[in-house]
Ligand binder design. Structure first.
Ligand code: HEC
Ligand code: HEC
Length: 497
């Protein structure tokens, strides 16, 4: 099977480089295959194939990435509204552009570009499901690969290469997108040039240079990002990712990409979100499908069955159930799982859930806003060492990152214990609390950055969330002031005064 990969890559890289040739000189070759989550490979073979096929048809390939329009990813495309459907041959529409045309050639409509219809996903699902029930092909199949033949900007006439199917949802007022996903294609090319060697083609953090790194490059596929300004239950925001790509993560291999033009950083950030959403979708489907159709389920069923006929019977039963499931419920799980995800991400990516302190930073040497009998620094020190916040249990009394929790055995998410003592992140990599005497802040060194780390916690790590529960905003500012003032002293093991 692998002998064809080389040819496939050449084939796959071609259209992309045509698209991006004007954009990134010396465009990097884009690898054409995503790897799948381990959990996908642990499903029964037919189920595993179905998951891979639906992922590919929804998210495309690295050389030709795509994502449904309802996900909060800026994937590109020229948005227009249908004003009139031609009744004659159904091979043209009158449209009104919603994306303002600008100098960028990508907002020009030219022959060969793809056209996508933005149906309400639930309405479209119902129509496709009805067709399936009477064993007819989905009427939407006829729309896949629909391409522009010509566009007349004077009268808004858009001609395409095949007749539209009779679907009641195609009517005036419907939105369409021309040349969707072109920004993802550009993002993919930039990603393979600047990020892939660490973060991997699929964003699994397993790029060729990653094995030598601690901490490991982020595996985006969990959708978990550490340094966010959003609430504990929220995802990362677009602004957080952008800030991070520009600044890098000091003290790690994650470099700063300040030298890239702003538009390129934006394209990269959208591509990271795309990889994250692809990964999370895969996980959600794996969990749902795995309940009944993981290999372990079949193994359990067969465990004490010796009789060969009985074993065959069980296997056939499960196979039949699976076939039925793939024909009906699977489609629903796939779509509704993605709509839920899109909603959850939609809430976070904007500025809506930004956690901002309710009061301004207190002067470190002035009175604490939480306890005016002490200076802010002094109150911060007491809070740091005290029982409510327990910072010292991880970071150590002197802030050197050597608190007693680093010497204890910790539990894995499944309840069993890790072999070696110390803290772990949610990707099961060992992790040290930060040495606060070194003054290196991975999530940024502005006081507001440190405030957010304490308020929102560091997602995917044991660093807890303190905002809105444990500590008031006034107390958090005192701690920020104290943490930022902890002096560097190689010898010191006593609490800093
Ligand atoms: C030399 C290796 C390397 C390269 C190249 C690299 N990264 Fe990273 N990246 C890392 C490491 C290591 C981390 C994890 C740091 C940590 O856990 O504190 C990381 C973390 C991240 C994170 C996670 C931030 C968070 O809050 O969790 C994002 C997003 C990211 N990188 C994006 C990018 C993008 C985009 C590029 C390309 C423009 C890129 N990286 C290039 C090594 C790299
Ligand atoms: C259960 C252990 C634990 C506790 C309790 C804890 N931390 Fe952390 N903290 C960590 C770990 C682990 C990291 C490193 C996370 C990473 O970047 O991967 C960290 C990182 C940090 C950072 C670095 C942020 C950055 O941008 O690099 C700061 C500052 C910090 N903690 C302050 C505090 C303060 C203040 C408290 C108490 C209010 C506290 N921590 C309580 C485990 C803990």
């Amino acid at each position: 099977m692998y002998h064809s990969i080389k040819e496939f890559r050449v084939w796959a890289a071609l259209p992309l480089c045509l698209v991006c040739a004007s954009f990134c000189a010396g465009c990097a070759k884009v690898e054409s295959r995503f790897v799948y989550d381990e959990a996908t490979d642990k499903l029964l073979p037919e189920a595993s194939l179905a998951v891979k096929a639906s992922l590919q048809s929804t998210f495309g390939t690295p050389a030709d990435p795509q994502i449904p329009g309802y996900f909060p990813v800026d994937r590109g495309g020229i948005v227009a509204e249908v004003e009139e459907v031609s009744t004659k041959d159904r091979m043209q529409l009158r449209i009104k552009l919603e994306t303002p045309a600008d100098e960028n050639e990508q907002t020009q409509i030219t022959a060969g570009q793809l056209i996508e219809f933005l149906f309400d996903p639930e309405d479209a699902f119902d129509i496709a499901a009805d067709a399936l029930e009477v064993k007819l092909p989905s009427p939407f199949d006829a729309l896949s690969g629909l391409k522009v033949v010509s566009y007349d900007s004077e009268n808004g006439l858009l001609k395409f290469d095949k007749p539209l199917p009779e679907i009641e949802l195609i009517e005036s007022g419907l939105q369409i997108v021309i040349n969707p996903n072109y920004k993802l294609q550009q993002g993919s090319a930039l990603y393979s040039k600047h990020c892939l060697h660490c973060h991997g083609v699929s964003g699994d953090g397993n790029g060729p240079t990653a094995i030598y790194m601690t901490p490991r490059p982020r595996d985006y596929r969990r959708g978990v990002f550490k340094f966010t300004s959003t609430g504990p239950q929220n995802k990362v925001s677009t602004a957080d990712l952008k800030h991070l790509v520009i600044e890098g993560i000091p003290g790690t291999y994650m470099a700063s990409f300040k030298m890239l033009p702003d538009e390129e950083v934006d394209l990269l950030v959208e591509y990271v979100k795309y990889l994250a959403l692809r990964g999370v979708t895969e996980r959600v489907i794996d969990i749902e499908v795995g309940i009944d159709f993981a290999q372990t389920v079949l193994e359990d069923e067969l465990e004490d069955v010796e009789d060969a006929d009985k074993r065959l019977e069980i296997m056939n039963e499960i196979r039949e159930e699976l076939a039925e499931f793939l024909e009906s419920d699977y489609l629903e799980i796939d779509l509704f799982g993605m709509l839920d995800l899109a909603d959850a991400w939609d809430e976070s990516v904007g500025e809506g859930v930004l956690q901002s302190p309710s009061i301004a930073r207190t002067d470190p040497d002035g009175p604490s806003a939480a306890d005016p009998t002490k200076t802010s620094l002094e109150n911060g020190r007491l809070l740091y060492l005290g029982n409510t916040a327990q910072c010292a249990s991880c970071h150590g009394d002197a802030g050197k990152g050597d608190g007693f929790q680093t010497r204890q055995l910790q539990k894995k998410p499944d309840g069993s214990e890790y072999d070696l003592p110390g803290l772990y992140d949610s990707w099961s990599n060992p992790l040290k609390p930060r040495d606060l005497t070194r003054n290196i802040y991975r999530g940024g060194r502005r006081p507001i950055d440190v405030f957010r780390r304490i308020y929102c916690g560091i997602k995917g790590t044991p660093m807890p969330v303190y905002g809105g529960k444990g500590l008031s905003d006034e107390q958090i500012w005192d701690i920020v002031n104290y943490v930022m003032a902890i002096p560097f002293d190689e010898q010191k093991t006593e609490p800093a005064k």
